[in-house]
Design a protein around this ligand. Structure first.
Ligand code: NAG
Ligand code: NAG
Length: 502
């Protein structure tokens, strides 16, 4: 038996797992893809059925053709000599493959049509045929399957949330597998949605976070659920229907939230490390160290409990003491930064106010403003910005660098971060985005419905406005998807007419 046989053990099933796309806007924008990804991957039924030919005849030196009426017998001509052959039990002869390809394939790839005869099955204790893929479990337990090779069974399980399909020979969404009860299999029943008299049944998809896992959520298409997962350190946010950093999701366990916050913090510090002042201060410290090691006549400071370390100065937010070789040195953070009580020597001990609050710790040094900057260091609203809430300035050593938040986000002077515009009181979000959410639909009593509705963004094919509770947020479709105004969802880009608007 040719080794290649085992290799075509249908990797396509596992491609389905990759649709658990972990992008931060994953949930809302992927829904279309889930629906469409099956297209164009149906078993090949377009085989040319050649007129039956008597065996033993070769029209070409090297060729294969089916034995009349049989789906697994064929004739192989090698250098003009014909020989009748039989596919292994469980496989079928595909007349349409190139001569240099092994012609016996799994049933999902070969249509027998009128070639209906097959050799008798040669079952083993583990397998009904020598070769093939077979579903295990039942309608509530849909993910297990067995690959039979020479009558020996190897058991596998689909990626979490997917069910084995005997017809497509792949792991599929459970709602697309006939003999799988998706609700029982996933242990989730899609809640019934109240039907509004005026608007009828709600359109599109609905999402629900899993009760016991903030990174897991269900997508309901009609009444059929699919389970999806957020990526590392992200959790499912019910307001935006997206996966966001887990520290912003109260439903996530505290360890995960702390971990997500730590990762964000580390990313930020990495950035801060690149800043000029850091380099400068490090040099300064190095110089002091050199002096100290050369001059051993120092007096041990009572402040220095340890040989090297940082110590706070009461009633000051930005002064601190640095101990080097038990020698205390009065230090002060650069203007605009605060001394971080958590700092560990020899790490840089000064941080931005949004990360190192001052509350209850006294005052900082007097500001040293420049023409461009209110403090020597920090992130500040840009006086150049008018309606553009996303523009801000970063000050380094009193020099301003104009910066812009990622598209659709506004600079929040309170947190010093880029934020949703509706979270920034000083930002006129509608002017900034150039978009106002239409009034949300109302229920029978006139109360606005708590729904998320999406709208096209100008002429752009990939961005869209997502409106919840009257607030607009600019979101992007995941790669390969485009926004479909008709369904209000991101679907595979090839199904959206983007014209020249890319
Ligand atoms: C194919 O057949 C030709 C003529 O019948 C012969 O000369 C040649 O050696 C054969 N080749 C092989 C690989 O058998
Ligand atoms: C599901 O089916 C697999 C394979 O037959 C079996 O090993 C497993 O125990 C079943 N699980 C449940 C919960 O029935």
């Amino acid at each position: 038996m040719d080794k290649t046989l085992i290799v075509f053990a249908c990797l396509c099933g596992f491609a389905a797992a990759q649709f658990n796309n972990f992008g931060s806007f994953g949930a809302s924008s992927n829904a279309g893809a889930y629906n469409n990804y099956n297209r164009g991957q149906q078993p090949q039924n377009r085989q040319v059925q050649e007129a039956p030919r008597p065996t033993g005849v070769c029209k070409e030196l090297n060729e294969r053709y089916p034995v009349s009426g049989s789906c697994d017998k064929y004739v192989e001509c090698l250098n003009g000599t014909a020989e009748e052959k039989l596919c292994p039990d469980g496989l079928r002869f595909n007349p349409n493959v190139n001569f240099n390809v092994y012609p016996c394939q799994y049933p999902n790839e070969v249509s027998c049509l009128e070639r209906s005869a097959l050799q008798p099955a040669q079952p083993t204790e583990q397998c009904e045929h020598q070769f093939g893929y077979y579903k295990l479990g039942d309608t509530r337990n849909c993910s297990y399957f067995r690959n039979c090779v020479n009558g020996v069974g190897y058991d596998f399980q689909c990626p979490e949330g997917l069910a084995w399909s005997s017809s497509s020979y792949r792991c599929e969404w459970p709602d697309e597998v006939d003999d799988c009860d998706a609700e029982a299999f996933l242990g989730f029943r899609c809640p019934e949605v109240p039907v509004s008299k005026e608007l009828g049944a709600p359109a599109g998809f609905r999402y629900y976070r899993a009760e016991n896992n903030c990174q897991k959520y269900f997508l309901c298409i009609g009444s059929k659920p699919r389970v999806l997962f957020c990526g590392t350190n992200t959790g499912y946010d019910e307001l935006t229907n997206t996966c966001v950093s887990a520290d912003e999701v109260p439903a996530c366990p505290s360890e995960l939230r702390a971990q997500a916050a730590r990762v964000r913090e580390e990313e930020k510090q990495l950035l801060a490390k690149e800043l000029e002042f850091n380099a400068k201060t490090t040099n300064k410290r190095r110089n002091i160290q050199v002096i100290l090691s050369e001059d051993a006549q120092y007096v041990r400071s009572p402040i220095c409990q340890q040989k090297n370390g940082y110590y706070k100065v009461d009633a000051s937010c930005d002064a601190y003491v640095e101990c080097l070789n038990y020698q205390a040195i009065d230090m002060v953070c650069p203007d605009g930064l605060h001394y971080d009580l958590e700092a560990k020597w020899p790490g840089y001990p000064c941080g931005y106010p949004m990360d190192v609050p001052c509350v209850g710790r006294g005052a900082a040094q007097a500001a040293q403003p420049t023409a461009e900057c209110p403090h020597q260091y920090g992130y500040f609203p840009s006086p150049l910005a008018t309606v553009n809430c996303g523009q801000y300035r970063m000050c380094i050593g009193g020099k301003a660098i104009e910066m812009n938040c990622p598209a659709g986000l506004a600079f929040n002077p309170e947190s010093g971060r880029c934020d949703w515009p509706d979270q920034v009181p000083s930002c006129k979000a509608d002017d900034f985005l150039g978009f106002s959410c239409p009034a949300p639909p109302v229920d029978a009593d006139g109360a606005p419905l708590d729904v998320v509705l999406n709208y096209k963004y100008n002429n752009n094919c990939y961005y869209f406005f997502s409106c919840a509770k009257g607030h607009a947020r600019l979101l992007a479709c995941d790669e390969g998807l485009a926004f479909d105004p008709a369904s209000g969802k991101c679907i595979e880009a090839e199904y959206v007419d983007c014209g020249s608007n890319h």
